[in-house]
Design a protein. Structure first.
Length: 117
């Protein structure tokens, strides 16, 4: 008996997993997160409900990280922006890795719109 109540087709997870990988690659400065968010917007329309939560999570990660990064740039005038930039980077990595872990288990994201880690 399986611990996973959702019947998961391994091919369904490929696109979402690739998006998470593109997000992690973007940390080194490549604009792959832009490609990833476009793929998430395109993929969520035809995906099963559990996978839509991953696409929504990926879209939220993208836009919220942009917001956090802009706030960090503004705050660099008063030096605290360096700290907020580091917190943003940690938040981005944690959200992406947690998403990858849930995806590999075939689990939906519980609260894809959350602002928390």
């Amino acid at each position: 008996m399986s611990d996973n109540p959702i019947s998961v087709n391994p091919k369904e997870k490929g696109n979402a997993n690739l998006i998470y990988i593109l997000y992690l690659v973007s940390i080194i400065g490549l604009p792959t997160s832009i490609i990833g968010v476009i793929m998430a917007y395109l993929g969520k329309d035809d995906a099963p409900e559990w996978l839509v939560s991953h696409y929504n999570n990926q879209i939220n990660i993208f836009w919220k990280s942009i917001l956090y990064a802009l706030i960090s740039v503004v705050l660099m005038v008063v030096v605290i922006g360096i700290l907020t930039a580091l917190v943003t980077l940690v938040w981005y990595i944690v959200r992406t890795v947690k998403g990858m872990q849930a995806l590999s288990k075939g689990e939906p994201i519980a609260n894809p719109g959350s602002w928390a880690f």
